[in-house]
Design a protein around this ligand. Sequence first.
Ligand code: PLP
Length: 383
Amino acid sequence: MDGVATSATLALLELIHRRRSEGRTVLDLGLGEPVFPAPPAGARAAIESVRSGDLRYGPVAGAPALRECIAEEARRLSPRDGDLRAANVVVSNGSKQALFNACFVLFGEGDEVLIPTPGWTSYYSIVRLARARPVAVLGDPASSFKVDADRLRAASTPNTRGVILNSPCNPTGAVYSPSELADIVRLADERGWWIISDEIYRELAYDETAVSLLSVSPEFDRLVVTNGMSKAYAMPGWRVGWSIAPAPVTSLIVTLQSQATAGVGNAAQAAALAILSDVEGAAAFVSSIRSAFRARRDCATEALSGVEGLDLVAPRGAFYSFFRPPHVDTAEHFTRRLLEACDVAVIPGDAFGVPLWVRASYSGDLDSVREGFGRLAQFLLAS
Ligand code: PLP
């Protein structure tokens, strides 16, 4: 376990609990979790699944109907119509397990994996747990910290085996354009790298469409796409995610998952199937959730726009504002002072590989977002 970080936010959580136990109202802009009710068809199907006595072990790779439904969506995204089948899909306990599976199957000792940085904190730990070496590739701050093919090429060595992409990005909210992605795919193709594309926020882009890697370069096949129900369907606690990968990789993932957790709970899969198989209903739900997040994004951005000298990445997707407070010594310090002075919790950028930056989430209800970002902006103005 050496080198695998425990959550950078644990100390902060303790402080939050202490202040709450003193009767204070702490506004938590740390968590990245939608607070909307999930589509009701999901809960109905889950209850029905339990009532019908569907309580036995299910297939490790997931319920065949759900795998087929996910493959169907993949076919809609990918111009290579007809190529992707249920045999390419594994349903996992959240997309986190799907990422974990992919890294364990593809990478190992001596391998290097490029991670555009800032990046989601778990990528670095998952790659380390797979005994490979995560290589943080710092993005260009002038371009929302996005990493282009040149930066990836410069960071690569003969040991590089893959890259993990995430658009829209947690924590920056940056969205990669199809041509930026195509350049990266071209490089990966040239070098024989794998691409893991974490598309958990793909439906949550507010100014443009965030494209799937499945639709960018159909001929590129060293690709694993991960996604799930947690964000766009507001179902983080149901733990349903999946990977879409070439069939040989998928069967290795199934072997790995069979020795780890086996299949996802039947009721949770029934919920996901009921929601996703109603293609129009699912699209309408996602569209409503996107509008709701766009309103929160606008509210958060407006509050921060009044702070002069604040470096703020233009938030175009996911549900985070990523900024560098002026005159900050460490983000950890800033976070602690903010919590003590204003009862607002945010996450120091250290967790994402950039120590002087801070992430504030606008995934909560609109009133808390308004109040939380308002207090944050006041604190920034006064400091
Ligand atoms: N990927 C990113 C970038 C995330 O931010 C998260 C959760 O916060 C996940 C993956 C994991 O989501 P889940 O395991 O709930 O599907």
